[in-house]
Design a protein around this ligand. Sequence first.
Ligand SMILES: NC(=O)c1ccc[n+]([C@@H]2O[C@H](COP(=O)([O-])OP(=O)(O)OC[C@H]3O[C@@H](n4cnc5c(N)ncnc54)[C@H](OP(=O)(O)O)[C@@H]3O)[C@@H](O)[C@H]2O)c1
Length: 264
Amino acid sequence: MNSAQSQGTALVTGASSGIGAIYAERLAARGFDLLLVARDQERLEAAATTLRTAHGVQVEVLKADLTQKDDVLKLEQRLRSDSSISLLLNNAGVAADGLLANADMDQLERLIQLNVTTVTRLASAAAASFAKAGRGTIINIGSVVALFPERFNATYSASKAYVLSLTQSLNAELEGTGVKVQAVLPGVTRPEIWERSGIDATQIPADRVMEAGEMVDAALSGLDQGELITIPSLPEAADWDAFVAARHVMAPNLSKSKAAARYT
Ligand SMILES: NC(=O)c1ccc[n+]([C@@H]2O[C@H](COP(=O)([O-])OP(=O)(O)OC[C@H]3O[C@@H](n4cnc5c(N)ncnc54)[C@H](OP(=O)(O)O)[C@@H]3O)[C@@H](O)[C@H]2O)c1
């Protein structure tokens, strides 16, 4: 049962720290009940207690390791069966450092599991459930590195390019269903992810690093404005529109019966 004023329940993955914890607070302030998911149950319980008191919403905590298929399947099942869930925030993610040639492949496999496979499975379950209900919101947290893979770790950048592409396709698939879809592409944002992946973020110039609260508020403003893709720090929305338009210019020539003249 939802609280009075409730907008339904927001399922937030990676709600125990950083961007996810801020989203949880902002969504509670908007009247969402919450289902908070991460591995660190103690941190989730502490956040839940604060949010219940501050916002009078219902908050449930669910400990899950989203690199483990059993845990992901349980969450998918919950998304499919709990009609009170009206928003999925696919936020949990990890970064990586170093060159692909020297990488710890087991670590990268876990990254792909969390940043790609789990995001996809949860988005699929939410898309089915929300489309049936004719409402709902799916927010996928990507990254600007999707647009600049040469500047960052290969696997992390590729995982975030996947999130961008998935969101664009999913949005086209869900047209007319009443389900909103958004990908948020943050730049460098303050919280812990960098320390966790061994990256020294203190070297990054301060004017390139956004506070998580400002980033999340901008992302929610983008959602309210109906944006499919939100890049919180980008001053001119027209720059993104031009990037998309450039793809559309190529579209008629991307698949043809003849090779281009320069190859023949
Ligand atoms: N910070 C940035 O500069 C930045 C920039 C662009 C995009 N992003 C994206 O924003 C999202 C959040 O990042 P953040 O900066 O807030 O990082 P963070 O502070 O490290 O938080 C990551 C969250 O994901 C959870 N998580 C990690 N591994 C998990 C697992 N196996 N199962 C379940 N939950 C797991 C963590 O909780 P537990 O440890 O309790 O499980 C934590 O709540 C990520 O998708 C990241 O790629 C961040």
